[in-house]
Design a protein around this ligand. Structure first.
Ligand SMILES: C[S@@+](CC[C@H](N)C(=O)[O-])C[C@H]1O[C@@H](n2cnc3c(N)ncnc32)[C@H](O)[C@@H]1O
Length: 539
């Protein structure tokens, strides 16, 4: 028995060694393959950079469809590109957008110029992602305050070039953080934004604030005088411990939050800020607080990720005066960005009116006959990729924003526009009214709760919102929609079918596809993903 078990042990040891060697060999092979694709991508990027700076020769060329597959490994950059001479004055991101990317690219439509413009916009989207803007692009308020997903502002601006008719007004039915609205006003267009999420409206209204110098500076002044009080306060915000009593604002930020709330009600605040700007300034102060909390939590999460460890309610910065200073820094950055945005709007060929923002399910939205727009430009929800409303509730509850009820009431009306989104938010309260949690299209939750019905419900939802898009456009108007596949749904097919039902004509577009592990020289991607940009015309 003993002898037998000794042999078993020896055999097992040998087996372990062999298995270990085999898995190490597999791991080594995997590393080698990732390294090889990185090197290939770097070479491709260098080749692109050498041949970069090209622009489409747009003169009346017609093509039905073209597909280019330029994966990092295949690197078939020899494919005949329909591009001509370089424009050395253009910023780097524009020049790069004229050369084929490392992704699988397809464009289609009778008008090859339009198809090429769509491809360029998609290349910018995929190269730079969202939140930050590429070098050479006016940053304004883009990316200030975190929100799920979003269009790359430079890609959004590139899409305007796909509208071959004059565009003086634009609507984004899924406005998110308001990228389209900011870009549109910078180009001198009237901008209308709709979103079902109170967080999106909060962020978008604050990014789209067309503040006068006086109003923006009064934000700085009032933040400083509120924080002078915060420095002396003792709100038990030592940055540690739980026992928060249900308050979702991190302990370390409660001193700042409480000082802000007190200051907004004080006579001093009333004397610091013109009556006309008071609501707006208070809302902007809360917005800056929510951005400050987000940023400190993000950097803490990064550090925690490296060290490991659990998140506690006290987390969110150093507490005490450290967060007071962090908040004031955010206010300064915001004031500078808002002024940058206002300057961009004022230098446009014609100065656009302030954006109109509607917090409502777009399917309940209707523009009047005299309000129809020349174009719709949006990045709509993708099937089962996010839960926007759950994210919104979490972030807003944690922001501590206590804003007096004023001009707008969330989700209650389809026709109450405000470019200063002001609403009641109970600090730390996640118990949102039921109406705030309804109406999201294509959420991940919807797939989980009813997987068998999801595709059919999705299709009906597309038909409903695209009917609103068709109705909001004036005859001859254009719609550009950026959408990505998910939940086994080919969204190009689904959107084209729904739009056609509402009488919109498909003009063309482009698709970017990522099907395997690829590298662009800096990043390794290993997620299968497909995104489309589709352009329609209303007859
Ligand atoms: C991809 S994001 C939009 C990003 C935005 N275009 C940008 O560039 O920042 C999709 C948005 O659709 C919104 N949404 C989802 N269902 C909606 C509905 N029924 N009506 C209006 N907005 C909705 C979500 O709240 C989310 O902000």
């Amino acid at each position: 028995m003993r002898v037998g078990s000794g042999r078993v042990v020896r055999t097992l040891r040998r087996f372990e060694k062999v298995t270990l060697r085999a898995s190490f060999a597999m791991f080594a092979r995997r590393c080698a393959s990732v390294r090889a694709s990185l090197v290939a991508a770097k070479r491709a990027a260098r080749r692109n950079a050498r041949g970069g700076g090209v622009r489409s020769s747009r003169a009346g060329r017609r093509a039905s469809s073209s597909t280019r597959t330029l994966s990092a490994s295949a690197s078939s950059s020899s494919s005949s590109s329909s591009v001509a001479a370089s424009d050395d004055d253009a910023p780097e991101y524009v020049r790069r957008a004229s050369t084929p990317s490392a992704f699988e690219e397809t464009s289609w439509g009778d008008d090859s110029d339009l198809a090429e413009t769509c491809l360029r916009a998609m290349r910018i989207q995929w190269t730079h992602g969202f939140a930050s803007t590429p070098k050479g692009f006016a940053r304004a308020t883009h990316g200030f305050g975190e929100i799920l997903a979003g269009m790359q502002p430079a890609a959004c601006e590139a899409i305007f070039a796909a509208f071959d008719a004059p565009v003086r007004s634009v609507m984004d039915p899924f406005m998110g953080g308001g990228t389209t609205l900011i870009v549109a006003q910078g180009l001198g267009c009237r901008a209308v934004g709709v979103d079902v999420s109170p967080l999106a409206c909060f962020v978008s209204a604050n990014r789209n604030w067309r503040a006068s110098t006086r109003a923006a500076e009064s934000l700085r002044t009032s933040a400083r005088s509120a924080m002078a009080d915060a420095r002396g306060r003792d709100d038990g915000d030592d940055g540690g411990g739980d026992g928060d009593g249900g308050d979702a604002v991190p302990r370390a930020w409660r001193r700042v939050r409480n000082a802000l709330a007190a200051h907004a009600e004080s006579a001093r605040f009333a004397s610091e800020v013109d009556q006309a700007h008071r609501d707006r300034v208070v809302e902007a102060l809360w917005f800056c607080l929510s951005v400050a909390i987000q940023r400190t939590q993000k950097s803490q999460n990064k550090r925690r990720g490296r060290r490991g460890g659990k998140r506690r309610n006290g987390d969110g910065g150093g507490g005490g005066d450290e967060n007071v200073e962090a908040f004031l820094k955010i206010v300064d950055e915001y004031v500078d960005r808002v002024r940058e945005f206002q300057a961009a709007c004022e230098s446009a060929p014609n100065v656009a009116p302030p954006a109109e923002i509607y917090n409502v399910d777009v399917r309940k939205f209707k523009l009047g006959d005299d309000e129809k727009v020349d174009a719709v430009l949006t990045s709509c929800p993708y099937p089962a990729v996010y839960d926007y409303l759950s994210f919104a509730r979490k972030v807003r509850a944690g922001s501590g924003a206590v804003v007096k009820k004023s001009t707008s009431s969330a989700s209650s009306s389809a026709r109450e526009a405000t470019s200063a989104y002001v609403d009641v938010v109970v600090p730390g309260d996640r118990n949102w009214p039921k109406t705030w949690m309804e109406g999201e299209i294509g959420s991940r939750k919807a797939l989980r709760s009813n997987p068998y019905e999801f595709a059919a419900v999705w299709q009906r939802e597309q038909e409903d919102w695209l009917a609103v898009v068709a109705d909001s456009l004036r005859p001859g108007g254009r719609a550009a929609i950026m959408v990505g596949d998910g939940a086994n749904i080919d969204t190009r097919k689904s959107i084209v079918a729904a739009a056609t039902k509402s009488g919109l004509l498909e003009l063309g577009g482009a698709t970017m596809k990522l099907t395997a592990t690829m590298a662009d020289g800096q990043t390794v991607y290993n997620q299968a993903r497909t995104e489309h940009l589709i352009v329609f015309r209303k007859p």
